[in-house]
Ligand binder design. Sequence first.
Ligand SMILES: O=C(O)CCC(=O)N[C@@H](CCC(=O)O)C(=O)O
Ligand SMILES: [Zn+2]
Length: 351
Amino acid sequence: MSAKHDLFGTHSDWLSQTLDNANASLPETKTFLPDGTRISRKAVGVLDIAPPADRNNPNAEAIIVSAGVHGNETAPIEVLNGLVSELVEGEWELACPVLLILGNPPAMVAGKRFLEVNLNRLFDGAHGRSEYQGLAEAARAQELEEACRQFAMANPQALYHYDLHTAIRPSHRERFALYPYVEGRTVPSEQCEFLLEAEVETLLLQHKAGTTFSSFSSSLLKAESFTVELGKVRPFGQNDLGRFSGIRDALRRRFRGLPSSAPQPPFDHLTVFEVVHEILNTGKNFRFHIPDDVANFTDYPPGTVVWEDDETSYRVGHSPEAIVFPNPEVPVGHRVGLLIRPKTGSGESFS
Ligand SMILES: O=C(O)CCC(=O)N[C@@H](CCC(=O)O)C(=O)O
Ligand SMILES: [Zn+2]
């Protein structure tokens, strides 16, 4: 029996096995590839993969990659599934431990961002709040946190986490990453270079800690983590995967433990923005004055009233601010969008 059959049974690949078992629980399994690589399925859509003990890990790192935390953001799911298929087929050898996660399988089957509550607001312990008790997405957040904790404990190397997404709106900047806020830290230059290698030319620095998956792994596991937006939301099968080759090739290079090369034109310049204001649905007759369908990174001039409620309002400050993730259809207390501006002071860009 082949390792592929041991791993995926009659399914053609990891993704089809995950979709077919989205609402089931699969037993933990352990499979060895012919080269000794161990693949442990920890749960549906969660693979903990370790190279043989005697293999060199030249970059001395352990990497978590997640996709499908939002079920309708399918391109990164297809990218990650493709990398797993390549590894299982023996196309290349793994050099470092990796934890690969398809975040929300039931939402992936339904083709929806989430079923009951946005999974990417439930990390850093938020899944334990009383309003989320009994919800499947809260249980999944807890399960993913636990898988990440165990992986971090088993692998004391430097830890990295890339949480891959696609955006609901079109964007004036096709690919961008968000760097979770952790007091006192700055983005390492080799991580800027990795983003450029992945053809991600824009970085947003968050201004406060949140309850996203990447915020959890940054704060609790001390990982260098990024949420990475790679294009636009489309259903399975409708993605132009050629537009995602940057992240695929960059991750494969890291998985293989190969050295990085210096950033190459046209991806040799990272533009950095900082978040100046997180718009929350206050619930107090909240009114959002930005059209629903505006593209990410659309600029608004000073003085523009962006939102108001019965008690307060927010106006753009002294310099233009741009909107990212405008979405007023969120529950009270959740994020309606981010207002950002180019980062000044420590330099506006990295190149
Ligand atoms: O396009 C949108 O409105 C949302 C895209 C998306 O899912 N973005 C992530 C960003 C998470 C972060 O701030 O790190 C999200 O909203 O969860
Ligand atoms: Zn998303």
